[in-house]
Design a protein around this ligand. Structure first.
Ligand SMILES: Cc1cc2nc3c(=O)[nH]c(=O)nc-3n(C[C@H](O)[C@H](O)[C@H](O)COP(=O)(O)OP(=O)(O)OC[C@H]3O[C@@H](n4cnc5c(N)ncnc54)[C@H](O)[C@@H]3O)c2cc1C
Length: 292
């Protein structure tokens, strides 16, 4: 892989390096990653992967993803910002824009609907891919159009609506497709929005381990009534794991990394949690965090 990705304009290639800083959970993992600063750079990278049959995987902020595959190339976008900072009917963002930028705009202009992603760490691309959301709503309700780079390196646009999303999942991205930008609407303005956001942020701080090294919710909720964190809590599994890596004491659907653990350790812990839950409740936990 090495020589192929060195010296491509507008990219930075990290070959066989510890990529822990590209995951919010900061686990040790040695692999290869390329940062693309322009669309042209990204297109060149995709072209080479195709010519040489190299598998790749996108990474946003790595807030819901644990990197484990040293055979593939991880691609991270750091594209120029394109959004307006004024009040608009809708906004177009680069896929690499942080969701916190959307929250700042929501607070500034009281954008109705945008309270939905309060406190979600991530990028626009990763959050659309995951249909990220909170009890206040999901991003899929707000996305109008996405610009996608397909696996042959061609940019296409797709008009989308809420039907193109389901719980923590989009239904439109095909294998190897990359979101490069997205148009996001709001439902007008409401002066309560900034207050709702501030209140919800406080609540999240009280109930989730936001200041620790973690990757958000590890498991999907089996149903609205059966929440993964609640099940783990009821099974007394808070703290389950090791000193380095264990289920959070604050919220049982979070795994906290205290330092010194690898992504392999994470995989093993997840497997053990799933086994324990299956044995004790019969419930088959499904992963929300991307892990492969
Ligand atoms: C403390 C904490 C709290 C969290 N709370 C929430 C919450 O309340 N609600 C919630 O929904 N999530 C939550 N999460 C999870 C995470 O924030 C979201 O899933 C977020 O949307 C992930 O964005 P990301 O950019 O980090 O994507 P990543 O985790 O890097 O990637 C997620 C998926 O998107 C794909 N992807 C990334 N970029 C692109 C792209 N440009 N094109 C195509 N595919 C792409 C990746 O390949 C991967 O499959 C939380 C995480 C943490 C650490």
């Amino acid at each position: 892989m090495n020589s192929l990705f060195r010296n491509i304009s507008d990219t930075v290639f990290l070959e066989k390096q510890n990529l822990s800083k590209f995951m919010t959970i900061k686990l040790d993992f040695v692999g290869s990653l390329i940062i693309c600063n322009t669309l042209v750079g990204l297109q060149k990278v995709v072209q080479i992967t195709k010519e040489h049959n190299i598998k790749y995987r996108m990474i946003g902020l790595g807030a819901n993803q644990v990197l484990t595959n040293s055979e593939i190339l991880y691609i991270k976008l750091e594209l120029p910002e394109i959004h307006s900072n004024d009040y608009c009917e809708n906004y177009t963002f680069s896929a690499s824009t942080s969701i916190s930028k959307l929250t700042s705009l929501a607070i500034k202009f009281n954008l109705k609907g945008w309270e939905a992603f309060t406190g979600i760490p991530g990028t626009v691309g990763g959050s659309i891919c995951m249909n990220a959301g909170t009890s206040l709503g999901e991003i899929g309700r707000l996305v109008e159009k996405v610009w996608i780079l397909d696996s042959s390196g061609i940019v296409k646009t797709k008009v989308v609506d809420a039907n193109d999303f389901t719980y923590r999942k989009n239904l439109f991205l095909k294998k190897d497709e990359i979101i490069i930008k997205a148009q996001i609407k709001h439902f007008g303005t409401d002066e309560k929005v900034s207050q709702i956001i501030k209140k919800y942020l406080r609540l999240r701080n009280e109930t989730q381990p936001l200041g620790t090294k973690n990757c958000g919710s590890v498991f999907k909720n089996p149903s609205i009534e059966q929440r993964a964190g609640m099940i783990l809590d009821q099974l007394g599994m808070k703290g389950f794991g090791s000193d380095k890596l264990h289920i959070s004491h604050k919220h049982a659907n979070f795994i906290e990394h205290e330092g010194g653990a690898t992504t392999e350790d994470f995989k093993n812990l997840v497997m053990n949690i799933k086994k324990e839950v299956k044995e004790k409740t019969g419930i088959e936990f499904e992963l929300e965090v991307k892990l492969d």
